[in-house]
Write a protein of this length. Structure first.
Length: 183
């Protein structure tokens, strides 16, 4: 006997949609952090529009710019919180707070510098062919801070205990092992 029907069935469908949308947001963060361009691009429909900081244009062009920024970084970390999603059929809107950390090298001095930014992603999603992706993004910046690194032990860790970029980050080895297990 099926215990879920009517309003409960709709509530479950909405929860599944919200989870699928949340995973798109998480994939965006992973794509940036690991400099995984294919993953980053998979978050947006081909006609998606983007406004973030001083950038205005297509999300495809933003992905190109993002890869130019994150690929040379020594470290990158995007974190999301306060994700709120409203679903209406095959359309949805979301607000997600982010905190982003970037460790890079200053061109003029060659010294390392940490940049921390925070803000919100305001996204419009559409489900096309059963898949949720972003059709427009407004990236708001609420805070920004530059500071010299203050690590104490990070550089002493072996490379396999620190995050890296695609395809060398230990995540991709784990994912490849999972593919073997599923076969």
């Amino acid at each position: 006997m099926n215990m879920i029907s009517g309003p409960m069935e709709q509530a479950l469908a909405t929860l599944l949609d919200k989870q699928a949308i949340t995973e798109v947001l998480y994939r965006y963060c992973r794509g940036c952090d690991r400099a995984d361009e294919e993953m980053l691009r998979s978050c947006f429909h081909p006609d998606s529009q983007h406004r973030h900081g001083s950038f205005t244009g297509t999300s495809a062009d933003f992905c190109t710019l993002a890869m130019q920024i994150v690929t040379p970084l020594l470290a990158c970390k995007h974190m999301l919180s306060n994700v709120l999603i409203q679903v209406a059929g095959d359309e949805a809107s979301s607000e997600a707070h982010y905190l982003a950390y970037h460790r890079g090298v200053i061109r003029d001095s060659g010294e390392e510098e940490d940049r921390i930014t925070g803000g919100r992603y305001l996204d419009r999603f559409e489900r096309r062919n059963g898949e949720w992706r972003i059709v427009s993004r407004l990236g708001l910046i609420d805070l920004e801070r530059y500071q010299p690194p203050a690590d104490r032990t990070l550089q002493q860790l072996p490379p396999d205990r620190r995050g890296g970029k695609y395809p060398d980050d230990p995540l991709y080895q784990l994912l490849r092992q999972g593919e073997t297990v599923r076969r």
